[in-house]
Ligand binder design. Structure first.
Ligand SMILES: *Cc1c(COP(=O)(O)O)cnc(C)c1O
Length: 500
């Protein structure tokens, strides 16, 4: 399997090199040259397989330059009972006969990012050996809150790799911040940035594209790579759980093999839903992918009108991991939807960079509408949904999942679509405990309490134990306290690596 650039500006490479590079040095993202297909018969034969077996089936189709032993080793190190607190890794919770919630937060950091970031470091350390490099790899990560900790956990103490995480100062929850700033490991660095997630992401992308800086790094024995969902190795493991969820439904006889289902995905950078799209292109029977946004509804507007316009106010919401105005992986989706038209993608992304907007042609919009629908939920509706779902189903969800559920309920009411639907649950309710408890019990339940008291209260109200990744955060020492201006991100990298 070869990998190509979405902007047609790079030669074809193997997966190990694509994973090691992270993104195309001159701009653009790596995607597989062709999408492998799992036939209906093969899919049916996979019924009853465990998560790890399904992972093996999917990964081997894309990582053709990794040996079966290497792929198995990556799976063993990632999806096991030490890292995940549920034997299914991603259990499917039934809400009603036609709606299910896929719990993607049983990994070490309580958000779905673990599904990919527990395995990416192993893909990468094998890739480094395969490609052969003498330099130390430096992973730069921009995070809206959850990727940072998941990447730190995945990469800490992995030999030959340093990891530097940038997060928006005052733009993440207290728990998210403490998760990151208390990380141990002798190769981990965390920097708070006075700016928002887009500022962090843009600065990191700019560093990747900065030729003279990369040359300086190389002279000093360093090489950059990415753990953001711009890295193909981040996206690929996410395809697995779309197959897993479908096969679970078949196993529970909720659908018969071949029946189409819907997936609803709380979306920010468009990585998770893109993995669902690849699963669909691989032959998974999907009716609709529902893209759910919060008040930062740039994607909803784009899918409604064909105009992507980031020139709007950035809104800080209580689903902060979706507070994003530039969804990086949309580039990959558009590349696939246009039949690999790298010229068009370069043109559109160029306009986005220079004018903050671009508009796709009606034909492209029509094709998108064949598989994808979009909606958004505002703050009030998100909180109302947490309360309603708790009352009606006795089930507690976090704010991001609530955005997904609300958009799904609205979609089903509007269209009458009663196709069996899986809603991706992207974070444990404990991770966004304050908003969740307030939604269920009212604001008096949280006033004057710190997050750790709220965690206890939420445990009582939800009837669930506090997620293991969030216990004891209040007593761990803070090990990272660096703060930088958004214009000072490159300088922070220089300082950390001792280049200045
Ligand atoms: C990252 C994240 C999202 C958004 O996922 P994308 O792949 O960026 O679209 C949604 N919810 C939570 C909890 C997240 O951490």
């Amino acid at each position: 399997m070869k990998y190509v650039s979405t902007r047609g500006n790079f030669h074809h490479i193997e997966s190990a090199e694509a994973i090691k590079l992270g993104m195309v040095p001159s701009g653009g993202l790596f995607v597989p040259a062709e999408i492998p297909v799992i036939s209906r018969d093969e899919l049916k034969a996979m019924t009853g397989m465990g998560y790890r077996e399904i992972a093996r089936k999917v990964l081997e189709l894309f990582l053709t330059d990794y040996s079966p032993g290497e792929i198995n080793d990556c799976i063993d190190r990632a999806y096991n009972g030490t890292n995940f607190d549920h034997p299914d890794m991603a259990p499917l919770h039934k809400l009603s006969d036609s709606s299910y919630v896929l719990e993607l937060w049983h990994g070490p950091t309580a958000a779905f990012k673990d599904m990919a970031l527990q395995i990416l470091p192993h893909f990468l350390s094998k890739a480094i050996k395969k490609v052969g490099t003498v330099n130390e790899t430096v992973i730069l990560v921009a995070t809206s809150g959850d990727t940072g900790k998941a990447a730190l956990e995945g990469f800490k103490n992995i030999p030959g790799i340093k990891i530097i995480v940038f997060y928006p100062h005052n733009g993440v929850s207290k728990v998210q911040e403490l998760q990151m700033t208390t990380t141990d490991g002798d190769n981990t660095y965390v920097v708070a940035v006075r700016g928002n997630f887009d500022d962090c992401q843009n600065a990191v992308k700019k560093i990747f594209g900065d030729d003279s800086f990369n040359e300086l790094l190389s002279n000093r024995g360093y090489e950059l790579s990415s753990a953001n969902s711009i890295n193909w190795g981040r996206l690929l493991p996410q395809i697995v759980y779309y197959f897993w969820a479908y096969l679970e439904l078949v196993g529970k006889r909720a659908v018969t093999p071949g029946d189409k289902i819907n997936f609803v995905v709380p979306t920010g950078n468009f990585g998770n839903i893109l993995a669902g799209y690849y699963a669909y292109r691989m032959g998974l029977p999907v009716n609709k992918l529902v893209c759910a946004s919060n008040e930062n509804r740039v994607l909803t507007d784009f899918f409604d009108t064909g105009l992507y316009d980031r020139n709007r106010e950035f809104i800080g919401t209580n689903s902060p991991s979706m507070d994003i105005l530039i969804s990086s992986n949309l580039e990959r989706f558009l590349f696939e939807i246009t039949g690999h038209d790298g010229g068009k993608i370069s043109e559109w992304l160029g306009q986005l960079a220079s004018h903050g907007k671009f508009e796709v042609n009606p034909e492209t919009l029509r094709r998108i509408g064949g598989i994808l629908v979009a909606g958004f939920a505002d703050e009030a509706k998100t909180l109302e949904t947490i309360r309603q779902v708790h009352q009606k189903y006795g089930y507690t969800v976090d704010t991001h999942t609530a955005v997904g559920l609300r958009v799904y309920f609205d979609y089903a009411a509007k269209t009458g679509d009663n196709t069996v639907t899986v809603v991706d649950s992207t974070a444990s309710p404990f991770k966004f405990n304050k908003a969740v408890l307030e939604a269920i019990e009212g604001s008096s339940a949280v006033v004057g309490k710190d997050e750790f008291e709220i965690l206890q209260d939420l445990s009582r109200v939800s009837g669930n134990e506090i997620h293991p990744g969030l216990r004891g955060l209040d007593t761990k020492p803070v090990r990272h306290s660096m703060i930088a201006d958004k214009a000072g991100i490159k300088k922070a990298v220089e300082e950390i690596l001792g280049l200045a």
